[in-house]
Design a protein around this ligand. Structure first.
Ligand code: DGT
Ligand code: MG
Length: 242
């Protein structure tokens, strides 16, 4: 149905349990099924806090967060996490091998899904170079992989799920420009029908997004497409020129 793959915030404000004041203030937006939506804004403006409310790492202090039309609080934990493919800002790898890292948690991907995820995430080349391929050793914290390789493997982990909503928290800035571009093209093909929420630093990463939200100090200060925002939002213009 049309409600599947939608995310909506209704007047959401958020203060960390140990925090003094709101880090998100009256956030409202709607992401339609299959859309690519981006959040951009300076460091500390609240982007990670915002996407963490979708996955329920935290709960909104007030207002409503809806996934597929239902308040996230009404889902069982695994029911919500099954819907969402999440790539955190800091790539996390665990000691084990590549395959177990991609199949982490409640993933139950088969080998063909894993290989596909490896391919789309542009990990194939460096995985092939490993002596044991998918069974190659991953050290604690993924120390034997580069930042960009770790980032791509965590993308593969998210892609291996049959999620309807994907969240990429600043996933692409750890990659060089060329890899970023190739990867996003591959994702576009794979994710035609999936909803995609991207937190970004670079304008180039989000230029094609259906909707862009500009966040400043916990508030939405601009909303539109890239072209629209260049004409309507000073904060966006500043980011574009930096
Ligand atoms: P980034 O990743 O550097 O581009 O920054 P954002 O936009 O992801 O910012 P975010 O959401 O991590 O932080 C927003 C504000 O919330 C910032 O003032 C720091 C604060 N904050 C983040 N995590 C915590 C936390 O665990 N506890 C408290 N009390 N404050 C936090
Ligand atoms: Mg962040």
């Amino acid at each position: 149905t049309d409600i599947q793959g939608t995310v909506e915030f209704k007047n959401v404000s958020f203060r960390y349990p140990d925090g003094q004041s709101n880090v998100l203030q009256n956030i409202s937006f709607k992401v339609n099924k299959g859309e690519t939506v981006a959040f951009i804004g300076s460091t500390g403006c609240g982007k990670t806090s915002l996407v963490n409310l979708i996955t329920r790492f935290y709960d909104a202090t007030s207002g409503e967060v809806l996934v597929d039309g239902y308040n996230v609080r009404d889902y069982k934990k695994d029911e919500l996490s099954r819907k969402i493919g999440y790539v955190s800002q800091k790539a996390v790898l665990f000691s084990g091998d590549i395959q177990s890292n991609i199949n982490f948690g409640d993933n139950d991907a088969d080998i063909s899904a894993i290989e596909k995820a490896i391919s789309i995430s542009q990990s194939e080349e460096f995985v092939k170079l490993q002596k044991n391929g998918l069974e190659a050793h991953v050290a604690q914290g993924g120390q034997n992989f580069s930042g960009g390789q770790k980032q791509r493997l965590s993308i593969a982990r998210a892609l291996a799920r049959k999620a309807e909503i994907f969240i990429f928290d600043d996933t692409f800035s750890a990659l060089d420009y060329k890899t970023d571009k190739i990867l996003r093209n591959a994702l576009k093909t794979k994710m035609k029908d999936s909803t995609c929420i991207i937190v970004a630093q670079r304008i180039g990463t989000i230029i094609d997004a259906d909707q862009i939200f500009v966040i400043d100090n916990g508030e939405i200060v601009g909303h539109g497409t890239h072209k629209e925002l260049l004409n309507t939002c000073d904060t966006y213009k500043e980011i574009a020129q930096s």
